[in-house]
Design a protein around this ligand. Structure first.
Ligand SMILES: [Zn+2]
Length: 142
């Protein structure tokens, strides 16, 4: 006769079976103190350690994929260039001429570099212009 709480080798116990993937009746094979450590599955007869609970269900796959998208420097420059140009959407670009005077924000069309936005006036004769290929220093006001 079995009394409650008296587990011993040979008695039945519910355990997780990794083969059956179910909590099933098992037979205790070995115990340490009053804890079953080794059981065999009454269903598939496989021997394994006693696992009172099913393994934790696999957590939804780490949802950290959306973070950490690093933007390459060229993209940053491109987007700055594009947003600058976009802001100047309505501006009709002037053909660049070193004789003209430019103001910050002026959009110009350079024969080599293409369309650019004046980002800084360096001094009376130099401006910094952001082109798609990067920033260039140009002369102006000559
Ligand atoms: Zn089993």
């Amino acid at each position: 006769m079995e009394t409650d709480r008296s587990k011993k080798p040979g008695s039945n116990i519910d355990s997780w079976c990794g083969k059956c993937k179910l909590v099933l009746a098992h037979t205790i094979e070995a115990m340490v103190g009053d804890k079953p450590v080794r059981v065999h599955c009454n269903t598939c007869k496989s021997q394994h350690s006693y696992k009172p609970n099913p393994p934790a269900a696999r957590k939804a796959r780490a949802s950290a994929a959306s973070d950490g998208s690093t933007v390459p420097p060229t993209k940053v420059r491109m987007s700055r260039y594009q947003s600058l140009l976009k802001a100047k959407d309505t501006a009709v670009p002037k053909a660049y001429s070193p004789k003209d005077k430019y103001e910050t924000g002026d959009v110009l069309e350079h024969p080599t570099f293409g369309r650019g936005v004046t980002t800084a006036i360096k001094d009376g004769t130099k401006i910094e212009v952001l082109f798609e290929s990067g920033s260039k220093t140009l002369v102006h006001g000559r």
